[in-house]
Ligand binder design. Structure first.
Ligand SMILES: [Mg+2]
Length: 274
């Protein structure tokens, strides 16, 4: 018997959902270990002609790397199944800047930089004169020179953007610092804070609802983190499910202002909807 389960009434409501937005780390897997019931759940959603999207704030991997990572865990996916904070950041820059004439200094992984370039953004990892944006991703290849360069650029009047505010990322032994923590280091040096793009901003959710022509009442977000996943659902005004398989504990949920509508031990419980 699961400790945090859905009631019959919850199941009846959730049966009407057509679009399932899944966080990845801590929700469907931990590092490289897929949680029980995930494959069955994704199959159930597909078989009932419903849709799921993987919605992740993790900007250290490109979509093609995610496809490979999920494949290694037994999930067949395609590009359209994902919406990452990298994609949201690319849209933000294209919408708000004359991006063809904008040079961006990027603190991020090679995979992140490749994805930016593939999407037509002009990037550099050298300090040159005409840089107009400093962009920080979750950089698992971070080194001190990048921090020096970023701190230098923050003495200038340029735009400052970060892909996601997450402080930590779950790994098999606990947590490692994520993009939000990198920005905290830079804040200590510069007293400047970036615009954060990923969850909890509702924009990623709005973009998906529009793309799939789905109304808010038919969508639900499932995640393990209150201040990003659950907050983004609340900001977008869609239903939220918090899983206890990742970062948040029941005590965290009691204390937070980001209250999920439903709390379940893990995603395997959602198989009851099918
Ligand atoms: Mg997560």
């Amino acid at each position: 018997m699961k400790k945090y389960d859905l009631t019959d009434n919850d199941i009846n409501i959730l049966k009407n959902k057509e679009l399932f937005l899944f966080d990845l780390d801590g929700t469907l897997y931990n590092e490289n270990k897929l949680f029980d019931g995930v494959l069955e759940l994704l199959k159930n959603i597909k078989d009932s002609n419903k849709k799921y999207i993987f919605l992740t704030n993790n900007s250290s991997k490109s979509v093609s790397k995610y496809i490979k990572k999920l494949k290694d865990m037994g999930i067949v996916s395609k590009k359209d199944d994902f919406f990452t904070s990298t994609q949201a950041t690319i849209s933000h820059i294209k919408k708000n800047f004359d991006y063809k004439n904008t040079l961006i200094y990027v603190v991020g992984t090679r995979s992140f930089k490749n994805e930016l370039q593939k999407n037509g953004l002009n990037i550099t990892d050298k300090i040159v004169d005409n840089i107009s944006i400093l962009l920080i991703g979750y950089d698992t290849e971070l080194n001190y020179q990048k921090l020096i360069d970023a701190s230098f650029l923050l003495t200038k009047d340029i735009a400052y953007i970060a892909t996601n505010p997450d402080l930590v990322c779950p790994v098999n032994f606990g947590f490692v610092p994520d993009c939000g923590s990198m920005c905290n280091m830079l804040y200590n040096a510069s007293k400047k804070e970036p615009i954060f793009i990923g969850k909890p901003q509702p924009d990623m959710i709005y973009a998906i609802l529009e793309k799939y022509n789905c109304t808010k009442d038919k969508a639900v977000i499932i995640g393990d983190r209150l201040y990003t996943d659950i907050a983004s659902g609340l900001n977008a005004n869609i239903d939220t499910i918090c899983v206890l398989s990742g970062e948040s504990t029941i005590d965290d949920i009691k204390e937070t202002k980001f209250k999920p509508k439903y709390i379940i031990d893990d995603v395997s419980i959602l198989n009851k909807l099918f």
